[in-house]
Design a protein around this ligand. Structure first.
Ligand code: ZN
Length: 107
């Protein structure tokens, strides 16, 4: 289920979020520190297709980065991002291409 809070409110929360603990960008191989409310650094975030960013926004729940309880939908959206990076993201680090890597193996 998507989180019903308007995206605008989520965006405002994430933009204002601080680096309250160590939390690196989720792009494989990127160790840039970003606020835990953020998925990743801006350059990598905007390399994701709009449909994936949109799915992450819809599933994101304000505060999930604090209580450590993302929804199953969020985890699925985050997984879809990793799958996309592995198959189509270009320059993805080895080791993340599991299921999708086999489906889209180009040799
Ligand atoms: Zn990054």
């Amino acid at each position: 289920m998507t989180d019903p809070v308007p995206i605008d409110a989520k965006v405002a929360h994430v933009r204002a979020a601080d680096q309250v603990r160590a939390h690196a960008c989720h792009w494989p191989g990127c160790d840039q520190q970003v606020a835990p409310a953020r998925w990743g650094c801006l350059s990598h975030w905007y390399r994701l297709p709009p449909r994936i960013r949109s799915a992450i926004w819809r599933a994101y729940r304000i505060g999930q980065e604090s209580d450590g309880r993302p929804s199953a939908d969020y985890l699925a959206a985050a997984r879809a991002a990793q799958d996309w990076i592995a198959c189509c993201g270009g320059g993805a680090a080895a080791g993340v291409a599991d299921r999708q890597g086999k489906l889209f193996d180009e040799g």
